[in-house]
Design a protein around this ligand. Structure first.
Ligand SMILES: Nc1nc2c(c(=O)[nH]1)N[C@H]1C(S)=C(S)[C@@H](COP(=O)(O)O)O[C@H]1N2
Ligand SMILES: [Mo]
Length: 160
């Protein structure tokens, strides 16, 4: 009885970073982590509508929340982030060499809560080859400078 209770508590603590006796340290976190962006991965995640302003016009897009993608691919653990996870950042690279950066703390609903999305459709159609096939709108940003078109790679890096 006591043993199974202890096991249950240990299991719960291992699932919830806020309850861990020691927070994740840099040495325990892989870096860099490359996040797969193939259609199979995208298709397995719940899709959401996204309205993003770009230079005065509003794009009506649909796709998957970046945080859900990061969690589903194992790049980021479930639950509120803590410890060295808050020292990690997400790099988004485009085919034209454009790049954008987001801290995990900025994206995590438990801290900054800034939503970013990986979308493959806007205004009712697949993105054209110059813009897509994937784009990364960030509706809360005042300017669309991080709204990377031609999204090519997502990498999660632990700050040195
Ligand atoms: N790959 C890539 N994405 C990019 C940029 C860029 O130069 N390259 N410019 C950004 C800026 S500054 C703006 S305002 C918007 C413009 O998006 P639009 O071409 O759909 O109008 O794309 C953003 N995403
Ligand atoms: Mo811009």
């Amino acid at each position: 009885m006591a043993v199974s209770l202890l096991a249950a508590v240990a299991h719960a603590q291992s699932q919830d970073p806020a309850l861990r006796a020691s927070l994740p340290r840099p040495g325990e976190i892989a870096s860099p982590v490359s996040v797969p962006l193939d259609a199979d991965v995208m298709a397995a995640l719940p899709r959401e509508p996204v309205a993003a302003r770009v230079d005065g016009t509003t794009l009506r897009c649909e796709g998957v929340p970046l945080m859900a993608l990061l969690r589903a691919t194992g790049a980021v653990p479930e639950g509120p982030l803590a410890g060295a996870h808050l020292l990690r950042y997400v790099l988004a690279d485009a085919r034209d060499g454009s790049r954008a950066l987001f801290s995990l703390a900025e994206l995590d609903p438990g801290t900054g809560g800034r939503a970013a999305y990986v979308v493959d459709r806007c205004d009712g159609r697949a993105l054209d080859p110059d813009t897509g096939p994937l784009r990364l709108p960030v509706p809360g940003d005042a300017l669309a400078v991080r709204g990377v078109r031609q999204l090519d790679a997502i990498t999660v890096v632990l700050a040195p």
